[in-house]
Design a protein around this ligand. Sequence first.
Ligand code: FAD
Length: 485
Amino acid sequence: MNARRRTASAQTALVWFRRDLRLTDNPALLHALEHAERVVPVFVYSPDEDASWAPGAASRWWLHHSLVALDAGLRKIGSQLIVLKAADSLSALRDGLRKTGATLVCWNKLYEPAALKRDARVAAALDDDGVSVEQSNGALLFEPGTVLNQQSLPYRVFTPFWRTVEKLLPTLPPPSKAPRKLPPVPRGLAHVAIDDLELLPKNPWDEGLAASWTPGEIGAARQLKQFGKHVASYPTGRDRPDRVETSRLSPHLHFGEIGPRQIVAMLRHSGHGASQAKGTDSYLRQIGWREFAHHLLFHFPDTTDAPLDKRFAKQKWRRSAADLRAWQRGATGIPLVDAGMRELWRTGWMHNRIRMITASVLTKNLQIHWLQGARWFWETLVDADLANNTLGWQWVAGCGADAAPYYRIFNPVLQAKRFDPLRGYIRHWVPELARLPDRWIHQPWAAPAAVLQRAGVELDKTYPRPVLDLGESRKRALQVYSQLR
Ligand code: FAD
């Protein structure tokens, strides 16, 4: 934060929107309104600033629609979003400052390594220019660095981290309301149309995304309200991929269309009763995982590409373009895995349990590097999030903080029996197997020939044989992991 100039009042302030695409409980916007007479909302599209983790295709789709929604929200209250495209944010902001005469820039912090570096550079340069900078936290419950263990070190295990955070929850300020009115932006400010950012795909593969989501603050609020009604069933329902039991707020949270503080406030005040309270606690614990992931990435920035647990740095991985492709396309011949990968491709989202299972099959059974999986998720998830994705993949691969033990290798057949008991998830996403009876649909390779024939399934013709033997590959993986340890 710019200590020297932080409290200076200004005639005009720029609010630099990034991944805080909302008007409610937006601390940067609030600060600008309190300290300036005119407020100019700006979004700078500069994907090359983090070339190694630039947004993937599904994220770009979401971003387009989220920007359209934010602009519409701003227009309703008298303003608009000034969208700029630039090689670097600093030059775009300087241009904006020159054209508006603004002397204050406010933004909400991001905590990923590249964003932190960029923001430090921008803040220092603006400070040199004599411009005030105010950086706020709108993305997390508590800022990284403020939740430490008794030795003042970052937590590497989730449960004690969450115990500490839970105690701090009552200290959170209540979320602030969206402004009812904003001053108009100065006339004639140069900006580009959202369409000109070319975020949407050239070949229209996004129908499934459009049918599944409503990006933007209104969509996020609606989703939270809907989820609030059945939070009581979350602890038991959250592992059922065949039902809508989780909140599906992840892309909204990633783009900051809703903040975690709003979620805490809404759920804590949404009802009474033991099951409601239990559901809320269980759900907030998941918000805690998000918090943990962001704090970890802040403290261990190289984990986006390297294992946190250095013992795993020397792990040898298999290379198989054919197996990787079969996994990506949902054609491994293992129905639960294929269902998940197809859900991802079609909707840009996958249920958490299925993320764990598909990741386990890739990294453990197929022995393909977790980064290859992380990269595919990065390209295809609408909620692709560097902190959560890194934590998720390293957890499954067994090389991260608080990781799954090396011997935990999810068996997709047993997992299907347990978590897709009616086989509705597999039937929906792998319709070519739909007529197989429950006993065989999650393992068609084991079904008697007559059963396959009656169901119209011809292995390797209508549906592939498995790319691996689950039992053999499990044994091999256990050997590799026990040597590494
Ligand atoms: P809910 O169950 O409703 O949870 C509410 C919120 O809590 C989520 O929206 C999310 O923000 C957070 N959350 C829940 N579980 C986790 C978790 N395990 N780690 C961190 N935060 C969590 N989540 C992402 O947001 N982006 C990713 O790129 C991502 N990649 C993943 C990769 C792998 C291999 C795995 C195993 C998990 C990954 N997750 C990721 C975590 C989790 O699967 C999703 O957050 C969750 O499925 C989103 O659905 P939801 O909003 O309905 O979740």
